[in-house]
Write a protein that binds this ligand. Structure first.
Ligand code: ATP
Length: 216
């Protein structure tokens, strides 16, 4: 495992389709930024997911909505590298490029329990740990995911351990997860219902302006 000199702050990374971004993503992003004392957390919209259908909304619109949502949050930033990369949007390729840019910083990849439960089907999933730590965001008072031997060996007990290494550890972090999903928001809008208070008003205005999610 690569040792960090402990002087460089970690970079946070959160990927997703963000179709559209909502308060579930945003609250989690803000909370981990504070918990892990991050100067920056990058929200990285996925262009061509390998595990699910292609998002119905064009890449640039999903990125626009993210930009609107985080406009007033200096520690959160939009990173569009996956939108500019041809082929499937494999997370390992994203981590390789971030590691090239930031050879000295611990990288923290945050994923929800639902995504973590599919981890072993991700492209070259074990290589993810060569470039980043993985932090699984679990709901308080819910069952934590079962870990295979590979993950069990990497499990850190203390949050502080992550800053002592550049990559290679797994950590389970409970957060106040909000029960909001992009799927439910798309359904509400298609039914003509108001998605207010599930996502930022600026994003709702953008959705109305561009007549997004009118049908499923
Ligand atoms: P969809 O309903 O279209 O599947 P989604 O709402 O699950 O979308 P994604 O963009 O697929 O959102 O998720 C990106 C990341 O955010 C994943 O790691 C996922 O686990 C996490 N996430 C999604 N919703 C929440 C939430 N309510 N709270 C915390 N994390 C979330």
């Amino acid at each position: 495992m690569v040792i960090s000199d402990n002087n460089t702050t970690a970079l946070g990374i959160m990927g997703g389709t963000f179709d559209p971004v909502h308060y579930g993503h945003l609250r989690a992003a803000l909370e981990v930024t504070e918990l892990f004392k991050l100067d920056q957390l990058k929200l990285i919209p996925c262009a061509r997911p390998s595990h699910r259908n292609q998002p119905q909304t064009p890449d640039y619109m999903r990125a626009d909505m993210l930009a609107l949502a985080i406009k007033h949050y200096a520690n959160l930033s939009l990173d569009t590298r996956e939108l500019h990369r041809p082929g499937k949007s494999y997370t390992v390729d994203t981590l390789v490029s971030l590691r090239e840019e930031l050879p000295e910083h611990p990288l923290l990849l945050f994923i929800g329990t639902d995504a973590f439960n599919q981890l072993t089907s991700w492209y070259q999933w074990q290589r993810l740990f060569d470039y980043a730590h993985i932090i699984v965001l679990a709901r308080p008072n819910t069952e934590l995911p079962t870990l295979n031997a590979f993950c069990q060996q990497r499990l850190a007990q203390q949050r502080d351990e992550l800053s002592q290494h550049l990559a290679g550890l797994l950590y389970l972090q409970t957060i106040t997860q909000l029960d909001i999903s992009a799927t439910a928001i798309r359904q509400l809008i298609a039914q003509g219902k108001n998605p207010g208070f599930l996502l930022p008003d600026a994003v709702i205005e953008y959705i109305h302006q561009h007549r997004l999610y009118q049908s499923l």
